[in-house]
Write a protein that binds this ligand. Structure first.
Ligand SMILES: *Cc1c(COP(=O)(O)O)cnc(C)c1O
Length: 968
C-alpha cells in the first residue's frame, strides 16, 4: 500500500525543512557537494577549518536564539511592534507626520528594483536612480535658492556639522577659529555640531541669532524658521557676518521653503536640512535624506556626492557621479568628509514626492499646513493665550506657567497627542501634512477645554477677511520653484507609476543578477525582513516621543543590541551612528575620550595599513588624529616589522590602529592577535573595521580577537539593503572600558552612563526605522544560520576564486592558497598584453547582464569579488562563464584578431542605439550584445554608452538639464 507518508520524515523533520536558512543560503546540498569537489575538500566545515586561523576560532555556536520560520518571526515582531503607542505627533524639531504617496511607498520603498541597488559607481547601468537623484538636487536648488546641491547627506545634524567644516575650508577669515551657533537651532543639531567642533578644535559660541554681529567668526549657523517656529528676516545678520568674511549656513525646513523666500536669496552661503517631510516616514529618527546646497564657487568643498550631467560616446546626455576625486576613497585624510554610504533611497523618495505633487501640489500642501497653524494661533489669541511669535510657518509656541503646562500636557497625553515639551514653561505645536480638521478640534479641546465653542470655518473666514501677517511680507517667496518639466508631468497615478518604472528599468539591482562588489556584501535582503519597515507602529514614531510610548522600539533595539554584542564579542553597543563611516567617527571619539580620561589626551597618532578603506583615514582626520600609514608586504598582509617599529617609535603618542579583518585583501591574517597585542603594549587601542563581519559571524569575533571597538555595517553583513547608496546603519560595539564614552543625545536619555558625551547623529538610535531588518535577519537565521552564512560566504568565494584562477591571477591568498569571503582578481597583466583595462572589463560585464565587482580597491587595476552566501552555484557559474568568455575576448585582442580600438571590450557597454545604427565593426552584433546564451536569455540593456567622466567634470551641471535639451 502506498501512503503519502512513505518518505519516513517525522513532523519535526518536516517543520525543520520550512526554516529560512535554506532560503537565505544560495547553494543547495547538491550544489555544495559539487563546489566542495572542485575545491578538493570533504565538507564546508573542513574548508572553513583550513581557512580561519584556529587560534581565533570560537569553540561554540553563538549564544543567540535558534532560527524561526518567516511566519513565526513576523508574528513575534508584530507583538513587539504593538508595544509602541503611536501618538499624533506635534513635536516637530525636524521630524513631521507626512503622507507617503502609496504609489511611491509600494513602487520605491517596498520595491527591490530600487532598494537593492548599489551606489551608482557604474553609471551606465544606473541612469534611473541617477535621474531621481538629479531631480532631488534640482528640488533642493530651487527651494534653497543656491546653485549646487549634493545628492544627500545622513541627517540634518551631520549636514550642519559638514556645513561648519565647509565654512572653515572656504572662509577668508583665516585667523578666526570661532563658529557661531544660534541658540534657536534644533537642540539635537547643536549637539552634533558641538561635538564635531570639539574634535576639529574649533571654538564655538551658542547665543541668540542677533549676537552673531558681535563676534569675529569664520562661520555661523542660523535656523529658518527657528526651533520655536519663528519666521524672521535674517538677511541683515548674514550681511554682517559677510562683512567679516565669515560664511553663513542656514538650517531650513524644506516644506516652509515652498512659501518662504529662499535662504540663498537672503544671502546664505550654504543651506542644509532634512527632506523627511517630503513623503518619508519618521521611523523613530530615520532613515531620511539630509540636503546640502551651496554656491557654485564652493563646489570643490561640498561634502558628499554630486550627480552631474555628462555625455556618452554617442554624445547623448548621460548622468554620473561628478568630481569623485573629492571623495574619501581617493583623498583619504585630505577628503572633505568621511561620508560614504548616504541616503539615496530616501532622497529618491523625497524627489518622487516633489515630482508627483509638482510645484502646485506642494504649494497646496504647504499652504494647508500653514493655514492650520494660522487658525490655531488665531484661536489661541482669541482665547487669551498669546503665541510667543506672531510670525511662523507651521509651529506655534506658547509660554505657560508650569502648572498650566502640566495640565495641558496631561490632557494631550490622555488624547494620544504629543507636543514639544523639553523647554521649561513652554510648549510648541508643529502641525503637518497629516493634520486635519478633526485633529485641529482635538488640539482646541486640549488647549482650551472641550467647551471652547470654536468653529474652524469661522476662524478661517475671519483670517481671510482680516488678512494674516504670520509670514512677513518681506519673506514671502516670489521666485518660482520646480519649473522643470519633470516636476510638471507626472501628477496622475498612472503617469507616476510609469515614470517610476521607466527609471527602475534602467538600473541593474539584485533582482536582476548578482552584484559581487567586494567589501560591500550585497547579500539577500529578504522580503520578510523588509515588510515591518512600513508597519505604522515603526514608521510613524517620532524620535523624541516619550520613551514610555516607544517600548516596542526599546525592546527591538535592546534585543538586537544583545544579539550583536554576542556576535561581536563586545560588552556594549551604541546604535546611534547611521553609517559605517559614522561608526568609525564615534569609535574614534570613544578612544580619544578614553585616553583623555586617563590623562593621555595627547595621544593622537592613528596607524592605518596601506590597504585600508578611505573612510578610515578620513574619519581619523575628523577627530584630529594624525594618520601614519603602515606598509603591507607582498602577500598583502600588514608588514609586521614596520608595524612593530612604528608602534614603538610613536608609542608616546600612539592613540590607536584602524585595521580591517579579514583584511581588505581578502585574507585572514594570522598575525591579527599579535597586532592587537603590539598596539596594546604601546598604550594604543584597536579599532577593528567591521565591514568584513560577514566572514566572522559565528566563527570568530572582533572582541575575541582582541580589538576594543568596531563598527558594524548593518547594510552589509546584517541584510539592510544598500538602497542605491544608502540608507545604512553603523552601530559600534565596544569593550567595557570604552562604554562610558559612547554617544549620548540631547533630548533622549540613551544610557545613564554616557550622559554629556555629545552625539554623532541627530536621532538617538540613528536610522532606527530599519533596525527591524537586521533584527529579523538574526531571528530568521538563528545561531546556526548566521554561522552557516559565514561558512557559505567563504565557500562561495573560494569556489569562485578557484574557477577564476584558471583564467586570471588571484592576487592574494592565505598560506594554503585559500581566500576569505572575497578575492582579488588581477587584471593588470591583461592591460600589459592587450591594452584592455579594468574599466573595459567592468563595462563589458554589463553586456553579460552583470554589475562589475569593486574596481581598483584596494589595489589599482584589479577586481575585488565578494559573492556572498546568498548566491547559488547556478548564478556563480553564470558569472564565471562571463568572466571566462571575457578572457577569451581579450585573447582575440592580444592576438590582433580584433583591433585594440574596435572590439567589444573597448566599446562596452552596448546599447540598442548601437545595434540599430549602421554596423561596421570588427565583431558581430551577436558577439556584442548576446555573447553567451545566458546573456540573451535574460538580457539587460544599458541605456547609455560609455560615459565621459572628464567632460562631465569640466562642464559641471548638477541640476536638471535645461529645456533646450528636450526641444531638440
Ligand atoms: C563599506 C566600508 C566602510 C564604510 O562604510 P559606510 O557604511 O559606507 O560608511 C568602511 N570600511 C570598509 C572596509 C568598508 O567596506
Amino acid at each position: 500500500m502506498t501512503t503519502p507518508y512513505n518518505d519516513s520524515l517525522s513532523l519535526a523533520d518536516l517543520e525543520q525543512r520550512q526554516d529560512f536558512i535554506r532560503r537565505h543560503i544560495g547553494p543547495n546540498e547538491a550544489q555544495t557537494q559539487a563546489m566542495l569537489q572542485e575545491l578538493g575538500v570533504e565538507s564546508v566545515d573542513a574548508l572553513v577549518d583550513e581557512i580561519v586561523p584556529s587560534d581565533i576560532r570560537l569553540a561554540n555556536l553563538p549564544a543567540i536564539e535558534e532560527s524561526k520560520t518567516e511566519v513565526q518571526a513576523l508574528a513575534d515582531l508584530r507583538a513587539v511592534a504593538s508595544l509602541n503607542q503611536v501618538n499624533d505627533s506635534y513635536i516637530g524639531l525636524g521630524y513631521y507626520g507626512t503622507l507617503t504617496p502609496n504609489v511611491i511607498l509600494r513602487n520605491v520603498l517596498e520595491n527591490p528594483g530600487w532598494y537593492t541597488a548599489y551606489t551608482p559607481y557604474q553609471p551606465e547601468i544606473a541612469q534611473g536612480r541617477l535621474e531621481a537623484l538629479l531631480n532631488f538636487q534640482q528640488m533642493c536648488i530651487d527651494l534653497t535658492g543656491l546653485e549646487l546641491a549634493s545628492a544627500s547627506l545622513l541627517d540634518e545634524g551631520t549636514a550642519a556639522a559638514e556645513a561648519m567644516a565647509l565654512a572653515k575650508r572656504v572662509s577668508k577669515n583665516k585667523k578666526s577659529n570661532l563658529f557661531f551657533i544660534s541658540s534657536d537651532v534644533y537642540p539635537q543639531t547643536i549637539d552634533v555640531v558641538k561635538q564635531r567642533a570639539e574634535m576639529f578644535g574649533f571654538d564655538i559660541v551658542i547665543a541668540p541669532a542677533d549676537d552673531v554681529v558681535e563676534h569675529d567668526v569664520f562661520g555661523a549657523l542660523l535656523q529658518y524658521p527657528s526651533a520655536t517656529g519663528e519666521v524672521r528676516d535674517i538677511e541683515h545678520l548674514i550681511a554682517k557676518v559677510h562683512e567679516k568674511k565669515g560664511i553663513v549656513a542656514v538650517a531650513a525646513d524644506i516644506m516652509s521653503l515652498v512659501l518662504l523666500k529662499a535662504p540663498g536669496e537672503l544671502g546664505a552661503d550654504a543651506v542644509i536640512g532634512s527632506s523627511q517631510r517630503f513623503g518619508v516616514p519618521m521611523g523613530y529618527g530615520g532613515p531620511h535624506a539630509a540636503f546640502f546646497t551651496t554656491s557654485e564657487k564652493y563646489k570643490r568643498s561640498l561634502p558628499g556626492r554630486i550627480i552631474g550631467v555628462s555625455k556618452d560616446t554617442r554624445d547623448n546626455p548621460a548622468l554620473r557621479m561628478a568630481m569623485q576625486t573629492r571623495e574619501q576613497h581617493i583623498r583619504r585624510e585630505k577628503a572633505n568628509s568621511n561620508i560614504c554610504t548616504a541616503q539615496v533611497l530616501l532622497a529618491n523618495m523625497a524627489s518622487f514626492y516633489a515630482v508627483y505633487h509638482g510645484p502646485k501640489g506642494l504649494k497646496v500642501i504647504a499652504e494647508r499646513i500653514h493655514r492650520f497653524a494660522d487658525i490655531l494661533a488665531h484661536a489661541a489669541n482669541f482665547k487669551g493665550l498669546t503665541p510667543l511669535h506672531g510670525q511662523f510657518f507651521d509651529t506655534v509656541t506658547f509660554n505657560l506657567s508650569s502648572e498650566k503646562k502640566a495640565e495641558i500636557v496631561a490632557r494631550a497625553l490622555a488624547k494620544g497627542v504629543n507636543f514639544r515639551t523639553d523647554v521649561e514653561n513652554q510648549i510648541s505645536i508643529s502641525v503637518d501634512e497629516t493634520t486635519n480638521r478633526a485633529k485641529l478640534i482635538t488640539l482646541f479641546d486640549i488647549l482650551f477645554g472641550e467647551d471652547h465653542n470654536l468653529d474652524i470655518e469661522l476662524l478661517d473666514a475671519e483670517l481671510r477677511v482680516l488678512g494674516s501677517s504670520s509670514i512677513p511680507a518681506s519673506l514671502v517667496r516670489e521666485s518660482d520653484i520646480l519649473t522643470h518639466p519633470v516636476f510638471n508631468s507626472y501628477h496622475s497615478e498612472t503617469e507616476m507609476l510609469r515614470y517610476i518604472k521607466k527609471l527602475e528599468n534602467k538600473d541593474l539591482a539584485l533582482n536582476h543578477s548578482m552584484i559581487s562588489l567586494g567589501s560591500c556584501t550585497m547579500k539577500l535582503n529578504a522580503t520578510a525582513q523588509m515588510i515591518p519597515v512600513s508597519w505604522p507602529e515603526f514608521a510613524n514614531m517620532h524620535p523624541f516621543a516619550p520613551v514610555d510610548q516607544a517600548q516596542g522600539y526599546k525592546q527591538m533595539i535592546d534585543e538586537l543590541g544583545e544579539a550583536l554584542i554576542e556576535l561581536t564579542g563586545y560588552d556594549n553597543i551604541s546604535m546611534q551612528p547611521n553609517s559605517g563611516a559614522q561608526g568609525e567617527y564615534a569609535g574614534l571619539i570613544a578612544i580619544h575620550k578614553y585616553h583623555e580620561s586617563r590623562g593621555d589626551g595627547h595621544r593622537n597618532i592613528c596607524l592605518i595599513p596601506a590597504s585600508a578603506h578611505g573612510t578610515n583615514p578620513a574619519s581619523a582626520m575628523m577627530v584630529g588624529m594624525k594618520v601614519v600609514v603602515v606598509d603591507c608586504d607582498k602577500e598583502g598582509n600588514v608588514d609586521m616589522d614596520d608595524l612593530r617599529s612604528k608602534a614603538s617609535e610613536l608609542a608616546d603618542n600612539l592613540s590607536c590602529i584602524m585595521i580591517t579583518y579579514p583584511s581588505t585583501h581578502g585574507v585572514y591574517e594570522t598575525t591579527i592577535a599579535e597586532i592587537c597585542n603590539i598596539i596594546h603594549q604601546h598604550g594604543g587601542q584597536v579599532y577593528l573595521d567591521g565591514a568584513n563581519m560577514n566572514a566572522q559571524v559565528g566563527l570568530t569575533s572582533p572582541g575575541y580577537i582582541g580589538a576594543d571597538v568596531s563598527h558594524l555595517n548593518l547594510h552589509k553583513t546584517f541584510a539592510i539593503p544598500h538602497g542605491g547608496g544608502g540608507p545604512g546603519m553603523g552601530p559600534i560595539g565596544v569593550k567595557a572600558h570604552l562604554a562610558p564614552f559612547l554617544p549620548d543625545h540631547a533630548l533622549v536619555n540613551v544610557s545613564e552612563s554616557t550622559q554629556g558625551n555629545g552625539a554623532v547623529s541627530a536621532a538617538p538610535y540613528g536610522s532606527a526605522g530599519i533596525l527591524c531588518i537586521s533584527y529579523l535577519y538574526i531571528a530568521l537565521l538563528g545561531r546556526k544560520g548566521v554561522t552557516d552564512a559565514s561558512k557559505y560566504a567563504i565557500t562561495n568565494a573560494n569556489y569562485l576564486a578557484k574557477k577564476l584562477s584558471q583564467h586570471y591571477p588571484i592576487l592574494y591568498a592565505g598560506k594554503n592558497g585559500r581566500v576569505a569571503h572575497e578575492c582579488i582578481v588581477d587584471l593588470r597583466p591583461l592591460k600589459a598584453s592587450s591594452g584592455i583595462t579594468e574599466v573595459d572589463i567592468a563595462k563589458r560585464l554589463n553586456d553579460y547582464g552583470f554589475h562589475a565587482p569593486t574596481m581598483s580597491f584596494p589595489v589599482a587595476g584589479t577586481f575585488m569579488i565578494e559573492p556572498t552566501e546568498s548566491e547559488s552555484k547556478v548564478e556563480l557559474d553564470r558569472f564565471i562563464e562571463a568572466m571566462v568568455s571575457i578572457r577569451d575576448e581579450v585573447r582575440k585582442v592580444e592576438s590582433g584578431e580584433w583591433p585594440s580600438d574596435d572590439n567589444p571590450l573597448h566599446n562596452a557597454p552596448h546599447t540598442m542605439a548601437d545595434i540599430t545604427a549602421p554596423w561596421d565593426r570588427a565583431y558581430s552584433i551577436q558577439e556584442a550584445v548576446f555573447p553567451v546564451p545566458a546573456a540573451a536569455a535574460n538580457k539587460f540593456w544599458p541605456t547609455v554608452n560609455r560615459i565621459d567622466d572628464v567632460y562631465g567634470d569640466r562642464n559641471l551641471i548638477c541640476s536638471c538639464p535645461p529645456l533646450s535639451v528636450y526641444q531638440d
